[in-house]
Design a protein around this ligand. Sequence first.
Ligand SMILES: *Cc1c(COP(=O)(O)O)cnc(C)c1O
Length: 458
Amino acid sequence: MSNKEIPYKIYLEENEMPDSWYNVRADMKKKPAPLLNPATLEPLKPEELEPVFCKELVKQELNDTDAYIPIPQEIKDFYKMYRPSPLVRAYCLEKKLGTPAKIYYKFEGNNTSGSHKLNSAIAQAYYAKQQGLKGVTTETGAGQWGTALSMACAYFDLDCKVYMVKVSYEQKPFRREVMRTYGASVTPSPSTTTEVGKKILEEHPGTTGSLGCAISEAVETATKHEGYRYVLGSVLNQVLLHQSVIGLESKIAMDKYGIKPDIIIGCAGGGSNLGGLISPFMGEKLRGEADYHFIAVEPASCPSLTRGKYVYDFCDTGKVCPMAKMYTLGSGFIPSANHAGGLRYHGMSSVVSELYDQGLIEARSVEQTSVFEAAEQFARVEGILPAPESSHAIRVAIDEALKCKETGEEKTILFGLTGTGYFDMVAYEKYNNGEMSDYIPTDKDLEAGFAGLPKQPE
Ligand SMILES: *Cc1c(COP(=O)(O)O)cnc(C)c1O
């Protein structure tokens, strides 16, 4: 089919969607490091994780051996409401840039939650329902994950308790109201509904909260309420597994037209969309079947891969979660205000961290203003108003396409367009007014975060 004309959008048929998720850990010779119990520094056993996480999800979390895990029919049916997502050939952007590069993007913003996060939310809600639970708890920063989870819980009639970082709760009322419309209860964090919240409020009165703190509150609430478990929207192995649907669909669509990407680019917050997009391609690379250049893009204001340390760290401020080995800036690191709320986490998925450590992924950090320049350029020719997070990937895709313009190389570039930016118009307003600033943490700022790293296991 390689001589076929490539359409602007490749939509797969429903029957071409993947039947299984792909677990890249199965093809990694050196596996990501296991989660540790913060008290004993020993690897966590399933029975220690089950009071916090759903049983089936614990199995997926610890499964380093099965390459394919079947997608249950009910999840496939839900996926059909908004998937397959289009693989778009960015002809208009290529023309505007005057590049010989061929640019493709996988667009995950075509659902009400506006991002890829629904791919894992629906899976996690499904397994909670299967287990007979009453509901789930979670945290949300800017609100994308909370929105996705509230949609998934509404579908399965599960209660959904969301701890929303207080500053977002107050400044982003629209996402909060979308969540409530789907039936979730939304509490600004830190709150007085949990012990950890009360403690944080005592120590830091007037704090506007952080993701790490909201995680601690959500975990405490799950463990204290009968029939509840905690769910997380990124970082964990299970989330990358569910997000592999992005990469699998991309690969099926590209194979159908005989397209082979040279460069694959994703923005990286906790690493779930990047991990999901690259995993089937990474699998080929790990098995020696093909080679690709993978690029993770992170904000210069929260540079966990490019300037972090690869060590065990806490996943949350309250230190109630398992410890994970990851590239991290330290759980106490508070990034300066950066509008890409979804990229402000201090750590990075263990899978992405290990692949990066093995030299299989390149990482780049980019500054906010240049990200919004790329977003504006993209919006004006491709039509879609991108999320600030996604625009990190656009920035590097444009940079790579411009390099091709200089060298004359016709490289094929694939990037993940994770979502739309309609709830980020305050950030766009700042950019349009010329009031956006670029803050890059100094080495001294980073030292403060590293100083809080825990004692490392042997
Ligand atoms: C949450 C989010 C991200 C970052 O999360 P990852 O787990 O790193 O994928 C990126 N883009 C959008 C639109 C998001 O909502």
